[in-house]
Design a protein around this ligand. Structure first.
Ligand SMILES: NC(=O)c1ccc[n+]([C@@H]2O[C@H](COP(=O)([O-])OP(=O)(O)OC[C@H]3O[C@@H](n4cnc5c(N)ncnc54)[C@H](O)[C@@H]3O)[C@@H](O)[C@H]2O)c1
Length: 326
């Protein structure tokens, strides 16, 4: 059976998904829609499909599944419209840029005929799958963690520096790390932290503490103006004389004990779309559309990540710890 897919937003990430989907024999891309016609035309030519301007065009062209790849504040409306039209939806992160928007999507997915999957791609990258497997297999019991996800700049694409379009820096980059915290350790119970506005017209540097319901405590650093010098993304998980380290999406290591040999994986030479988890999340989405498995990242995951962002903004604004759920 062929799944007819339409892609809304033909920029960087729309292209990544289009190129992946084109390699999947179960998929037929019915069109690329973008408010900038030249962008839609360019990508449509590259993946040999038709160029359109909006969501209605894609649905009229017979799209059964829609990829929402527009900038952050333009996710909720097309997602709700596509679900209401009975289509399946893959939405890029963030799910929404407010708790209200996230709640609307969560509610809509409960009534919808189509499935909803969110683009937290890091869950499918090898380094984080390595860490998750060690935790799930009981080879390490996480006690504390240190997590960092910086960003070199908020200049490319230009809208990433405009909080009216991103919803705020936390919705742009750190939301990946917040979701990773939930993926590895479960739900967060309390957040506290401090933030600075240094370079951009919004809070652009955060030092935070998360206390997870399972007892793990983690320090989180995320700064938006660090240049792209490695390491900009690193997670360290500490157990009982054990430790996991992930370095970017390039490599990870596990020390099973003070006098045991460490295990390591190296992803340096993997194709980009595999290393970053994009290829697998697209395969899993099509599996879910075909009813072979539930969506790999759910609306509930999206709602909880949104809630974490809102809790952190509240904590740094009010200067005291915030307990979840909000
Ligand atoms: N999961 C990831 O790792 C990852 C990576 C990059 C981007 N993203 C997310 O994907 C989304 C897009 O980011 P990008 O880097 O591809 O941005 P981009 O600027 O490269 O592309 C966005 C495209 O959407 C188009 N667009 C804007 N409003 C539209 C509308 N209303 N209807 C149709 N098209 C519209 C723009 O013309 C542009 O071509 C963002 O939400 C971003 O956070 C996720």
């Amino acid at each position: 059976m062929t799944v007819k897919v339409g892609i809304l937003g033909g920029g960087f990430i729309g292209r990544v998904h289009a190129l992946n989907l084109r390699k999947d024999a179960r998929v037929h891309i019915v069109g690329i829609a973008d408010i900038v016609p030249a962008v839609a035309r360019r990508l449509a030519e590259e993946v040999e499909t038709r160029a359109f301007q909006n969501l209605e065009d894609l649905l009229n062209a017979g799209a059964e599944a829609i990829y929402v790849c527009t900038p952050n504040v333009h996710h909720v409306e097309p997602v709700l419209q596509a679900l209401a039209a009975g289509a399946h939806v893959f939405s890029e992160k963030p799910m929404a840029t407010s708790l209200e928007g996230a709640r609307k999507i969560l509610e809509a997915t409960k009534q919808a005929k189509g499935i909803y999957q969110l683009g937290f791609n890091r869950r499918f990258s090898n380094v984080y799958k390595f860490a998750k497997r060690l935790i799930d297999d009981g080879r390490i019991r996480p006690l504390l963690a240190q997590m960092k996800h910086n960003r070199g700049e908020l200049q490319q694409p230009p809208w990433t520096g405009d909080p009216k379009v991103t919803g705020g820096y936390l919705y742009e980059t750190p939301i990946h790390l917040f979701d990773m915290g939930r993926f590895l350790f479960g739900d967060v119970e309390e957040v506290v932290g401090w933030a600075k506005q240094s370079v951009y017209g919004e809070l652009d540097g955060f030092v935070l503490l998360f206390r997870f319901r399972n007892g793990v405590i983690a320090s989180i650093t995320t700064v938006a103006h660090t240049s792209w010098l490695f390491p900009y993304e690193r997670v360290e998980i500490y157990g009982e004389h054990q430790m996991i380290v992930t370095e970017e999406l390039e490599r990870a290591a596990f020390s099973p004990g003070p006098r045991e040999e460490a295990e390591a994986i190296e992803c340096l030479h993997m194709p980009f779309e595999e290393k970053w988890g994009y290829a697998e999340e697209d395969r899993l989405f099509i599996d879910a559309v075909l009813g072979e498995r539930p969506p790999a990242v759910t609306a509930e995951d999206g709602y909880r990540a949104t809630e974490l962002v809102e809790a952190v903004y509240q904590a740094v604004r009010d200067g005291h710890p915030v307990r979840l759920p909000l």
